[in-house]
Design a binder for this molecule. Sequence first.
Ligand code: FES
Ligand code: FES
Length: 189
Amino acid sequence: MELSRHGYADAPVGEAVPYSSSAEQDALVFTVNGREERLRVDPRVTLLDALRERLGLTGTKKGCDRGQCGACTVHVDGRRVLACLTLAVAVRGRSVTTIEGVSGHPAQRAFVECDGFQCGFCTPGQIMSAVAVIEDGRARTDEEIREAMSGNICRCGAYPNIVDAVQTAMNQDERAASTGDEVVRDAVV
Ligand code: FES
Ligand code: FES
């Protein structure tokens, strides 16, 4: 295909111009919940869309799609990231953990026990943040937990119960650590 002097392919108005680059040709290889995945994706595809639409991992939610609600929170190499603001190609060779990968973590049980949700749409992102906050270990008081979880918006206003859930999970996690019980952590499977 001929490129114009601006680098755009010449095509009739209204006709989609297929995007192509050398990066698109390379398979994207990364680990999701302990399993190696290999995808061919357009370099503009977000990690959120790659997870949901290419890998069928629909537990990670698309709320605002612009970095403001936290519904799409996942972990990359153990750190919280917003999947809607992360390009899929940016996780090449990295380890991604989604809500499907923390099944059985105390945070999941605590959200149920403490009624930490109403409609549940924000809950996967809340739990992924809660797991990171518990692993980090710096937030101890309700106030500190609220601050650490402030990037996760709950339109149902379940905040008091969410804080209770994080406290409960933190206590269970510590009890398990002191007794040597196995606790499901990041990147399990
Ligand atoms: S969907 Fe990513 S922050 Fe809202
Ligand atoms: S439980 Fe409905 S948005 Fe949080």
